[in-house]
Design a protein around this ligand. Structure first.
Ligand SMILES: [Zn+2]
Length: 86
């Protein structure tokens, strides 16, 4: 599988570290235990199109937000995570 890094271009996924599905915003330090538990541990583990975080450890060292189909491994988009998750 290959990811087109916004900085480095087309690269093999061996250059990346997979973090997991992209989560929503942190609930905040004043949130209750349940909200924090949900944020840290609850994953949807979707079968199909999902958003994931990948770290380009052997390249530009940026976090990349990748839209990927977990069944076919088709990658629909890849952009810098710091540019937003919507
Ligand atoms: Zn890169």
């Amino acid at each position: 599988m290959r990811i087109v890094c916004p900085y480095c271009g087309d690269r093999d996924t061996e250059e990346f570290i997979f973090r997991g599905e992209a989560l929503g915003r942190h609930p905040g330090l004043n949130s209750d235990e349940y909200a924090m538990f949900e944020h840290v541990y609850h994953r949807t583990n979707l079968s199909g199109k999902t958003s994931e975080h990948w770290y380009h450890v052997q390249g530009c060292r940026n976090w990349i937000l990748v839209e990927r189909d977990t069944l076919t491994h088709t990658i629909y988009s890849a952009r810098l995570a710091k540019d937003g998750e919507s």
